[in-house]
Ligand binder design. Sequence first.
Ligand code: ADP
Ligand code: MG
Length: 348
Amino acid sequence: MLSKRFMTIKQSRAMRSNRDLRKMGEFGLINQIRKWMTSSDPSLIQGIGDDVAVVKIGRKSLLITTDILIEGVHFHRKWIDPYRLGRKSLMVNLSDIAAMGGIPKYFLISLGLPKDLPLSFFTSLYKGLRIGANRFGVRLIGGDTSLSNKIIINICLLGEARKQGPIFRKGARVGDGLYVSGTLGDSALGLKVLKEKGLTRGPKTLIERHLSPLPRITLGQRIAEHRLATSMIDISDGLLIDTTHLLEESEVGARIWLDRIPLSNLYRKWIHIFSKDPYRLALSGGEDYELLFTSPPKMRKAISTLASESKIPITCIGEILPKKEGFSIIIKDGRKYVPSHLGFNHFK
Ligand code: ADP
Ligand code: MG
């Protein structure tokens, strides 16, 4: 670190702004950008603030989303092979289309690449992309390629809303149940296993949950088709932080019951070895790529039918309250659970 005395004005400004970014965090910055860039456009249905942007073109609603994976931040070459890396980079984008109940269609991919990568890296990367794309019926239509010190993969995915319309983060109403698909925490626990034991010494299924996530595309579409949800988001940064995004957009509060959080048998078996708090990774670990949605009480039966037909567990983990009630997590005995952090937030 440079001593303050020897810093140029430019360096000292850079340091101050870094401190600011640390204070604001990722979401503070996004909120600021949102304020700077507000614009009114009758064809723009949803700009910054949801899982995807929604633009009306003719009678159709176009869904547009982008996500970036950066070496050293989102992945390490020693843990993920290029095949899985290619597939995962597409899956994380697909998950945002799933969160709208949408139909994914086309994608562009931009690559930042160090010079020393062999051709075999690209054959595997594009095999992963091809297999992922075929599975979900999407097509690669372009991209960009540049030199970079680290591997950077950015995908921009386009999709279409179902005729019942996209499901937004806003729309949750007081009295709605809060539901989550699948189980939570496996991916974060898989990552912890990788960090502490390496690729070959941990439980493979948990590691795979981290390296090979599967977006809930069909489930999202069923939820839209049957108009089961008043609001929806995918869990990428962690249940708690993504719940707060949904609550903020809907301008409501919520209560989650800790003992209702769905955990897999594998998670229950291994969590005690890696964490003192059995719920921390399930609540705040992130990269679950499950769907979190709100639904009025009259839909309860239809949701359990959907869960059994699709063979994906859907659990009611809480309820929507008026905004003034805030957001709390309740332990079985009625006390409040205080999380050490809400979830993944760059710069914090
Ligand atoms: P998700 O976790 O679903 O991918 P993000 O938290 O990344 O969503 O983004 C939330 C919202 O902020 C989205 O509407 C996204 O398009 C927007 N967003 C994120 N980063 C930027 C940025 N640098 N400039 C403008 N909008 C951004
Ligand atoms: Mg999302």
